[in-house]
Design a protein around this ligand. Sequence first.
Ligand SMILES: Cc1cc2nc3c(=O)[nH]c(=O)nc-3n(C[C@H](O)[C@H](O)[C@H](O)COP(=O)(O)OP(=O)(O)OC[C@H]3O[C@@H](n4cnc5c(N)ncnc54)[C@H](O)[C@@H]3O)c2cc1C
Length: 437
Amino acid sequence: MHATIDQNHSPWILECAEGTPATALLGPCRADVVVVGGGLTGLSTAWHLSERFPERRIVVLEAHAVGNGASGRNGGQILNWINGASDDDPERIQRIHAVTRRGIDLGESLAAACGVKEAFSREGCLEVYTSAKRAEHAAERVEQLSKLDIPLEWIAADRLGFKGAYGAVADPLAGRLNSLALLHAMKKVLLARGVAVHENSAVTRIDEGREIRVSTHGGEVRAATLVLATNGYTPLLGRFRHGLLPMQARNVATEPLDEALWNELGWAGRLGFSDDFDRIAYGCRTAAGRVVFGGGGNFAYAYPYGGKLLPDASDRREERYYTAVEARLRHYFPGLPQRLIKHRWSGVLGVTLDRVCTMGIGGEHGNVLHALGYSGHGLALALLAGCVLTDLYADNHAPWRDLPFYQRRLLPIPPEPLRWTGYQVYTRLTGRSPRRG
Ligand SMILES: Cc1cc2nc3c(=O)[nH]c(=O)nc-3n(C[C@H](O)[C@H](O)[C@H](O)COP(=O)(O)OP(=O)(O)OC[C@H]3O[C@@H](n4cnc5c(N)ncnc54)[C@H](O)[C@@H]3O)c2cc1C
């Protein structure tokens, strides 16, 4: 039985210092910038804005508690590259690698600045290959990228400990982030800086204008600039409906495993990993020694009709899906006893048709900033978004113009009922297909 399932929370919360909830927004107020969403995108943007413009009044509105979204429920791997953006041009490859590396470095420096160094670790992450042909290609790519000074390492199957693997690419610059612990710590620093962070303050309405009016049940903020930092939830606010698919991902985790069991599992270096399928399986070892695992097939992902939220992980209707995720975890690590798997939860992803995210500025009056659509690969990018959006706010577009996410117009996804039907057909046809690029 899953004794610790509690209202769909991830076990990252068990590895965070206890925090004090911020007050809800009550009554009207004015601000220079209002940020909607208290995940990595929202708090990183508030962080960089408040550093660069200490005199401006910044308000953050979070529907529940910071990290309620994907930022508090993810697989914990902070990775290089931009999902969906493959390129053959050596300079562009280096450029994309450099900016995403900056996002990872930001995870490290923010954790240190907020006094939660242990929330970040740069142990490296693996991309595991499960066919001889794909492994051969991947090993060649490691060679090519090393000529561009991108330091990857090919790890042979016998050093891996993954059942069915033909080898893996290790990225030593990638790592693990307990982003919930980071967000709790960032919230504290932001409040001390004078940023007004309000939790339990769901935005119910946005009226655009030269002055934007953002309403919650308890209050209202009037601000010159709005930051949409609601990723997969954004269509519920009536924005980016055409281009963003709010998909949900199911995850499981074990209780902390002892060293003897970790040794028995033989999981190489205990690094985070993902496999080479389109519906990737991914996992990592938390600081306390838990295995966090997700993906592995269609059963791990869902798009409920109309973008509704999934039932709670403890709901009977969800049982078979979580059982399948657990079976996938034990497929890779048959030595892991089922009884040690103790947590189940889901989180909302913002997925775009080509899986590339968008960061930019728009709206009827050119005062709405957004960063969203990371398609399940967002820890480094959501942190980076804070730098990007702060530059765009300062009208400094030059550093970002050449990047695939800059002012990217999302490809349209058909509305319902075609959307739901298309999702079912596409996923059934491609459920076990290898990852592209
Ligand atoms: C199961 C899972 C595993 C993942 N694993 C990885 C991984 O290993 N590596 C990786 O790089 N990425 C991973 N991701 C993706 C990554 O977590 C996200 O891309 C990233 O956290 C997005 O951050 P965000 O701040 O933009 O969005 P979110 O974290 O979703 O934050 C949006 C916030 O907006 C709030 N909100 C929504 N509506 C309103 C409203 N009306 N008013 C006020 N607030 C509102 C929500 O409560 C939420 O807190 C994973 C995602 C999931 C779901």
